[in-house]
Design a protein around this ligand. Sequence first.
Ligand code: COA
Length: 260
Amino acid sequence: MNIKNVIVDKEDKVATVKINRPEKLNTLSIDTLNDLKMAFKLLAKDEFIHVIVVTGEGDKSFAAGADISELNQLNEDSGFNFSKNGQEVFDIIEKYNKPVIAAVNGYALGGGCELALACHIRFASENAKFGQPEVNLGIIPGFGGTQRLSKLINKSLALEMILSGQHINAAEAYRIGLVNKIFKQEELLPKTLEFAKLIAQKGQIAIRGAIQAINLSFELQPGEGENLEAKLFAECCQSKDFHEGTTAFLEKRKPVFSNK
Ligand code: COA
C-alpha cells in the first residue's frame, strides 16, 4: 500500500506507517494528513494487522509539524477547518481499535508532537526532540495538543512547553512521562517492532477492550467508567480467547488466540 506521502509496510501482524517527506522533515502537509487518514482507514479493516507503528522516514525527523507554507495562507474560516481536519485525523488514531505506537525518530514538533500524543504509546530515539513551537508563529497548537498534553504530563508542564515554544530532548521527555522508553537511533524501530509484535500475539478482543476502557476513563465519570469496564470485561468472558487463555495457563502451555 503506497499513498504518496506515507509508506505502509506489513510484517508479522504489525503495520509500519512511515511519513515520507524527509526533504521537508516529514512535515504534515494537508495531503500528508489525508494520506495518514487513508492509511489508518485501510488498516482498520485489515484483519491480519493487529498493531500499528507510526514513524518518520530518515534519522532526523518524526514530523516537524504542519507545513508552514500552508499555515501562512490561513484566515479565520480556513484556520478553523484546518484545525478541525487535523483534530479529526488524530482523533481517529487516539480512538483506533488497534494499538498505535509512535516511534519518534527525531523532531516531533507542533503537529508532529500532537501526532505522537494521539498515539497510545510513545518510544523515542536518543536524538528525538519534542516541542509545541506554535507561539513562535503567532498561533496555538491546533491538532489536539492543548487538550492531550496536559492530560499526559500535567497542566503546568504543558503550559511551560506551549507558552515557551521551547524544544525538550528525549531524556527530558522521558523524565516528564511524555515518552515511555528511549533507544539508540538504530535500535528504535527494531525494538518498537519487537514490542508491537509482543502485543500482536495477545487476544485482540482484550487488547481492544483495554484501549477503549482506558481512553474513556478520561471522559466518563468514575462510576460510569467502572460500569463500562465491567461491560468490556464481561464481553471478554464470553470470547473464545478468554477460554483459551485461562485453559492454556491451567494446562501449562502457551495460548493460541483466535481473536474470537
Ligand atoms: N513547514 C514547512 N517547511 C518546513 C517545516 C515546517 N514546519 N519544518 C522544516 N521545514 C523545511 C525547511 O524550510 C527546509 O526546507 P528547504 O530545504 O526547502 O529550505 C527543510 O524543511 C529543512 O529544514 P531546516 O530548517 O533547514 O532544518 P534545520 O535542521 O536547520 O532545522 C527545525 C530543523 C525542525 C528546527 C526547523 O526546520 C524548524 O524549526 N521547523 C519549524 C518547526 C515548527 O515550527 N513546527 C510547527 C509548525 S505549527
